[in-house]
Design a binder for this molecule. Structure first.
Ligand code: NJP
Length: 245
């Protein structure tokens, strides 16, 4: 039986590239996002290529929906080996003085609580099965003071702290929780950022942005020994050597 990876925000961009990469390298994938039609189309394409893929519509801001997503993956495939907490939003971009308080809070609901919900419900499943990997997508914005991004920067900084605590709480049980800040990636999100012209990132040339499938590969590498099945590469020896203190 293959390993199972859940990817949130899988309807486009980094999440869709990650779902495709994991499926094409032997994982059972569970695609989650709000756009049911888009994830179903991608899952159907992957199934036509002979891969195991399910599409589960899910708003990560809703704890019950995330709980149901993780239960679905476990029931369908028997385990949850990888969770990629990738769903995220940056719109609407605006300076603090011009921002709408409820729109500001939405970024925290999705980017922070969405990650928390994934951790909350995946950790017990991974603990019971003896381990797993959770990758949380943060951002360079976590370390920046770029204008117009107060909601996004605050949320992505919170993701890093949440990641650290989750890793410390669970590493001894074989659950690795890793945060990544991919820089700028050629997706709809960066197209929106560019259109706003709000700060230095929006003025970067298109050539500055990395392809989404590079991030997908990096995520698979970070899954370490779990990723053996995805990558056809033996990471075990290197990982064990690295572990010697
Ligand atoms: O973004 P985009 P990326 N519940 O807009 C989904 C971070 N990042 O791929 O629900 C569930 O193309 C949405 O699907 P839908 C970034 O912060 C990016 O660039 O159908 N899903 C879509 O699939 C984010 O955390 C860059 O609308 C929800 C996906 O999220 C992650 O990378 C740089 C949802 C967003 O696709 C993926 O971003 C960086 C919800 N409530 C970090 N709300 C970059 N692009 O430069 C949204 O360092 N989604």
């Amino acid at each position: 039986k293959g390993k199972t990876a859940i990817i949130t925000g899988a309807s486009r961009g980094i999440g869709a590239a990650t779902a495709r990469y994991f499926a094409q390298n032997g994982a059972n994938v569970v695609l989650a996002a709000r756009s049911a039609d888009k994830i179903e189309t991608l899952a159907e394409d992957l199934r036509k290529e002979g891969h195991a893929a399910r599409a589960i519509p899910c708003d990560v801001a809703d704890p019950d929906a995330v709980k149901a997503l993780i239960e679905d993956a476990k029931d369908a495939f028997g385990s949850v080996d990888v969770l990629v907490n990738n769903a995220g939003i940056i719109d609407p971009i605006s300076r603090i003085e011009d921002s709408d308080p409820s729109a500001w809070g939405k970024a925290l609901d999705v980017n922070v609580k969405g990650v928390y919900h994934g951790l909350r419900y995946a950790i017990p499943v991974m603990k019971a099965q003896g381990g797993g990997t959770i990758i949380n997508i943060s951002s360079g914005a976590a370390h920046s003071t770029l204008e117009g991004w107060s909601h996004y920067a605050a949320s992505k900084a919170a993701v890093l702290r949440l990641t650290g605590v989750a890793n410390t709480e669970n590493a001894a049980d074989g659950i690795r929780v890793i945060g990544i800040s991919p820089g700028t990636v050629a997706t709809d999100m960066i197209r929106y950022i560019t259109a706003t012209g709000v700060n230095a990132v929006s003025k970067l040339p298109e050539s500055a942005h990395i392809p989404a499938d590079w991030v997908a590969k990096a995520i698979a590498v970070l899954c370490g020994p779990v990723g053996d099945d995805f990558l056809g590469t033996d990471f075990t020896l290197k990982t064990d050597e690295g572990r010697k203190l």
